[in-house]
Design a protein around this ligand. Structure first.
Ligand code: ZN
Length: 81
């Protein structure tokens, strides 16, 4: 391995500890729930999930779980109380 790759790996390790450097603007994920698998998306600061609960409430356990997992890397949106 050449030295430039080694220095990039070291930098990546440092960056990985500094999550506030990353701001996720959009992503798509599959979420394996207890009963089914769901398609969860984050686009333009808004969540979408194809589960039944999200269709009526515009929030669900899948979107809230991903908010917790991704935490400070997402554009902040308050959790419903
Ligand atoms: Zn859902």
């Amino acid at each position: 391995m050449d030295s430039s790759i080694i220095s990039k790996i070291e930098k990546a390790r440092q960056y990985a500890e500094e999550k506030d450097r990353v701001n996720i603007t959009s992503f798509a994920a599959t979420f394996k729930g207890n009963h089914d698998q769901y398609d969860v998306r984050f686009e333009d600061g808004a969540w979408r999930c194809d589960c039944h609960f999200f269709a009526t409430r515009e929030v669900c356990s899948h979107t809230m779980a991903l908010q917790r997992i991704l935490d400070e890397m997402l554009t902040k949106q308050p959790e419903p109380v």
